[in-house]
Structures are given as C-alpha cells and as structure tokens.
Design a protein. Structure first.
Length: 159
C-alpha cells in the first residue's frame, strides 16, 4: 500500500489514532479496487466516517468514433452506463448500514473527474486500487491535495 500525505489528517479525540471523516474510494470492479473498497469500508466503519463510492462510465477509445455509427455508440454508452451503475450498487451493498454512503457515477474522463470530486467533496482521504504505479493512481497521487491510499493486490506483488 502507498499512502501519500499531502496534509496531516486530524487526530481522533483520544489523541492516539488518526481518523478520516470523509473518504472517497474509486471503484471499477477490478480485484485491486475491491480490496481498496474493503480497506475503505474498514476505515469508515471504525472512524464513523462518510464514504463516497466513485466510479466512471467507461469511455470508448477515440478511434472508436470513426468505426462506429451513431446507433453503435449509443449502445456502447448504454451498456457502459449500466455496468458503472452495477459496479456502484454492488460496492454500496458491501457497506454497513451504519456508514453514510454517497454514490457518484460520472460520465466524465475518470482522471479529471476524480480529482475534481476530491476537491469538491471536501474529502480528507482517497482510497483506490492500483495495478501498477502508472495510469490513474499515479495521476491522482500527483494531483490530490489530500492523502491517497493505494491498495495493491496479489498481482502487484508478483511484478
């Protein structure tokens, strides 16, 4: 796991532990994201934190616009939206009823949308899976103003 501390989290009232009050976790259905969600649920449950589940609707690669006619693109977007909603609902169903949960499903590009969510949502911790140190997790590490906890699964340990 990687934790980037951009600012010092608030100490709990007992002075011994760190408590985060508003956690955002990126979920995409991958094994690493599922593991990150497990950690975020644990942190939220022990710290009585709010939990925001963030997912993005998959975007087709730019070349897809050349090859797909309008009906094909519409079908792609409908399927991608349904999949993102399913991922978000499945993640929500894993969270205890004692934790306040917000679902955010965006159609914007995931990197910019997640960084914007972190800022607009006034979150004090980001939790996300990371298959490697490139891509979205690296981008968020470089652009987040709050601590980022990146959880790696078994596949990362074998690289």
């Amino acid at each position: 796991m990687i934790l980037k501390a951009a600012r010092t989290p608030r100490a709990a009232s007992d002075g011994r532990s760190v408590t985060f009050h508003d956690i955002v976790v990126a979920v995409d259905g991958s094994a690493d994201a599922e593991l990150a969600l497990t950690h975020a649920i644990d942190l939220a449950g022990h710290g009585r934190s709010r939990l925001t589940l963030f997912t993005a609707i998959a975007q087709p690669p730019p070349l897809a616009y050349w090859g797909l006619a309008a009906p094909g693109l519409l079908t792609f977007f409908e399927l991608a939206e349904a999949e993102a909603d399913k991922i978000a609902r499945r993640a929500r169903d894993r969270v205890s009823e004692h934790v306040c949960v917000t679902l955010v499903v965006t159609s914007r590009r995931v990197r910019a949308a997640l960084v914007q969510q972190i800022a607009d949502g006034q979150h004090d911790l980001v939790v996300m899976g990371g298959r490697d140190r490139s891509g979205i997790s690296r981008y968020v590490l470089g652009h987040s103003a709050v601590p980022v906890l990146i959880v790696h699964g078994e596949s990362f340990r074998h690289h």
